[in-house]
Design a protein around this ligand. Sequence first.
Ligand code: SF4
Length: 375
Amino acid sequence: MTVMHSNGDTPQATDVPNCTTDLSIEDVKQELYNRHHPSLTFLDIEAHAKTIHKIRMLKQKHNVVMLGHNYMEPLVFGLSEKEEQGDSLGLSMYAANTDAPYLIFNGVPFMAETAKILNPSKTVLVADKSAGCSLADNFGAEDVRKLKSLYPGAPVMIYINSYADAKAESDICCTSANAAHIAKTMPGDTLIFVPDIFFAQNLEEELRDEKNIVYPGKDNTARGAVCEVHEKFTLDDLLAIRESFEIPKGHAHRKLYAHWECRPNVLKEADFYGSTSQIMKDIAERVAANQLERAFVASECELTSNLAQEFPEVQFWTACSVRCSHMAQVSLNKIGNILEAIDQDDDLSEFEITLSSEIIAKARTPIERMLEASV
Ligand code: SF4
């Protein structure tokens, strides 16, 4: 595992134009230089400024909403306005309420499906329709039906990291930010949680006195899945990180964070575990209280890249070999291609997410139940 740290430079106040009208390439470069991002060198900026300028101009011209998942690399993540950035839940809620005709979802297709389900009249586009996800790809509608037959009457809570056909067979959806809360609201003693096996085991431990969580592989032969990114972190890795980067357990100002999708023994070792938004909130609160000097986040590498930009006062260490190869399919050039196709009124089928009206109707119910339960 290769590890690096942010440089700790203190950025100056950025001078970002509020409106992109008349934005020049030099403006774009200046904005990128002003970020003082530890992983953005002049080589990156000079190489990509022209493409970023084109994307921003076309985005504005066609009133495109560009949703950016936290796992996008910084140059892609920065294409989205602040309110267009977030994790699965935040982006889903934003997608449900936008009036813009086009939604470009900078993430993988299962995420864009959720946006389409919540706002079916919109044209929802992704940079690479072939980008997968180890969770979503390895679990489908048939797997949900099998579990329902094994536990008749037990409701099914499905993680948002799944495709629409599997959601359509489930009772309620959840994200890592609201899974524990939603599980408690579900009727009965037993709840089926799919498809993430590690997340299910973590939830089982969290709710051990309140709910019987059943999941693929727990006393059954049903198929489940794990996130191939979070799976990479082992307990030995975390112990080595603590020692190498001097983040002792319980240190007041140095913290080791882990995402819900990590292995149970990794979560136990972490100083704080939660969803992406919960981890970011904890970091923000500690920074505001001047109580965080160093951190490691056991999650996708680019999340830490984006955190390093947002919280320059914190020295972040990151495992840059732990990247999601699926999310990494989203590139500036591919996003530029979508916008050029919109601008030229070309066929968008290469990028467009389409779902049958039947699947949209069936998958919408568990997602809407989640949004209602999350308020
Ligand atoms: S990090 Fe990649 S593999 Fe893991 S859940 Fe997200 S999209 Fe799927």
